[in-house]
Each structure stands twice: as structure tokens, then as C-alpha cells.
Design a protein around this ligand. Sequence first.
Ligand code: ZN
Length: 428
Amino acid sequence: MRDAPRRRYLRFERAFLASGPTVPLAGQSVDDIGGAAPGEVVEDAAILVVGNRIAAVGPAPAIPVPPGAEVIEHPGATALPGLVDAHVHLMIRRGESFIDLCRTHDDHQLLVRSAAHARQMLEAGVTTARDCGSRGTFLQALRDGIAQRLLPGPRLLTCGAPITSTGGHLWSCGGEVDTAAEARTLARRLLRDGADFIKVMATGGRMTPGTSPGRAQFDEAELRAIVDDAHRLGRPVAAHVLGTEGMAHAIRAGVDTLEHGNWLDADGSAVAFDEPLAREMAVRGQFRNMATNPSRTLAELPRNAALDANLRRDLAEHHERWHWFRRGLELGVPSFYSTDAIVGQWDGESPDMAWLTILIAERSGLPVPLVLRMATAVPAAALGLGQDLGTLAPGRVADILVVRGDPLTHPRALRAVESVYRDGDRVA
Ligand SMILES: [Zn+2]
């Protein structure tokens, strides 16, 4: 006889369900993915978890405790969906160089440090993470170990080596190609080796000396070869793009997510926003993931603190980024943000998803419920996992972040993690 699935009855002061019709998706909305009302908040909330899924969520009096269920109380706490950080690099720490790291560490060493970072990320409330570039296949082993509950960590999506041009952005990860045929072959090899998605470097990047962030590394036909093959095999494509030229190629080649999408001119020094191109993205339903890496100092500052010259420059740069991010949203580009980093909170330097969320909630001018959705429901949809993740709704996987206080009125409550549930298990 099979055991009945374990039942848990969780009680909170409030729950934020996180889905809502904010980001238009080619005429539809994220609501069509999420199912619940926009940013709905339930007071005196209960969540019934059966096995690894949410069976019911709503006001506690409306959800009776089933016989035999384990009851867990979280008084004074808010439940929200586990955070989804859709652009990280698990092996690297802030301030390190990819090229040096690849030279000085073998895959075993990179695996060990990635495993340590995965645990820290989970404890900070991230229950799903997409690694956007590493080396070899060691992250697939970590992903599978976490899924088998051998190691603590967020649910991982991996791509292995990013596809890049010879000497191009993150070439040291081993994914160099120069023709459409080579790109196709490498994409097939990566998928054969267990990649969940393909990452392609459509422009140069700031971390790789000798590349041009404002310039395309592949033409549209080369990118399309990669997209066609990945889509044929049922896998999405994420494109690193900083410059507008590379964005145009990636959008027209049909990639699924544009990572960064900073609209830089050819020099990589100024913004060259292309409104018709943004509208094209909106119509195609391609997601923009503003993977950004501000200093934690910026997030820690009290709102009215006096800023020194460096912080003022940092903040001005981010305000400009958020301005164009908001403009994209207004035009209907499905948009969200990620850390482009590792966890970071342990070393006092790198930002993590909670810090970034706090920074954007406090300084971007966007409504807090929307900011929280862009850390949960929207990235889940962008990864093609919106039916399972990113909202607290019946039928969804029980990935739940419990924080003390109310992050909707005081975003810094996101740092007061009380508990984390992943796949219905209490993991932190
Ligand atoms: Zn990155």
C-alpha cells in the first residue's frame, strides 16, 4: 500500500499570492498564467500543502485543518512565493574574474563552491535559480543532486557553457563558435549533455576584456540557427544583449528572454533606446530580464541618507536603467529583474535577490506588489514554469518564502526570513 501524501497546514498573518495582470503578454497578461487576482493579499491566511503541491490557499476560517495534517503556525509573518532569480552564476563571487577563475579552478572545485552558494541562496529565500553560464557539466550534477534532495539549494536550471564567438564574451567557459553550423552543433551537444536551455552571447560584455558591449557578436541568421535547433528540441534560448544592435538580431531571431537588454549604442557608452523595437518585443512576448548588479551599499542606505559622489553616480546610473525599464513596461514588454550574480549576502559585498528587490521597491518608483511579482510570477512565466511556480495558488508547487513582518509595506522585511519551503519541504 502506498503512503498517503504528507499534509501540512500552514498559518500566516497574511499571504501575498503574487499573480496579476500587470505585464501584457502579446495581448494577454500574466494573470492568464497566474490565475489569482492582481497582487491579491489574504489576511489571516492558511495554505494547505499536500505532497509537494498547494491544495488550498485563502482565509484560514475557510480552510479547515484536515485530519492528520501537520499544523505549522507563523504568527506575524507573511507568506509569498519563493523568489525566482532567473540570472545567476553560481560558481563566481562578486569581484572575481571569469577568466582567472576558469584558469585557476578545475570543475570539481567549481562544483564545491557552487554547491555552497546554492545553499546560501536557498536560505535567503530563492527557491528557483537559473544559472546563465558556467563551464562543463558540473552544474547539471548539482541540479540533479538538489532535485534528489541530496544537497540543499534552489531548483536549478542550467545551460552549461554560453555559446559565444571566438574571443567573445565569457569565451573562457569553452563555448566558442564562428558559424551558424558550428553554433547548431554546439547547441545540440549542450542539450545532449543535459542543459535546460541555451544561453548565447549576442553582444560583448563588460566582464570580458577585448569585447564590445555595444556590438553584436552574431548576425541574425547565426542566432536563428541556434533558436531553431533549441526550439525543435523543446528548449528555450536566453540571449545576453547589452547593445541595441544585438538586441535587434536576438529579437528577430526569436530568442525567449533578453538578458540585460540595456539598449546601448555601438560605443557601449550611451543609451540608444529603439521604441519600434521595444514594441516588436512586446508583440512577440519576449521577456526582458534586467539582470543588474548594484552594490549592496546602495540597497542598505536609509532612504534619505546623504550620498557621497560614488554612491550618487551609482544611484543615477540605476535611475536611468529603471527609467528605460519602466518605459519598456509601458510599451508592454514583459519585464523582470535578476541579480546576475551569486547569493552574495555572506561576504558583505554582492547583492542577492532580496537586496535587489528591496532596492528596486524603495528607489525605482514602481509599485511594491509589481516589484514582488517581478521576483516571482513574472520570471517563473519567462522560464516557461508559470503553471507550476511563482504564485501561491491551488495546484502550484509549494515553494513558499515566509518572512517576519509585511514586505508589501516594508520591503526590508524580505531580509527577515523565518522559513523557506521548497517542493513542500521545510528547507530553512
Ligand atoms: Zn550573467
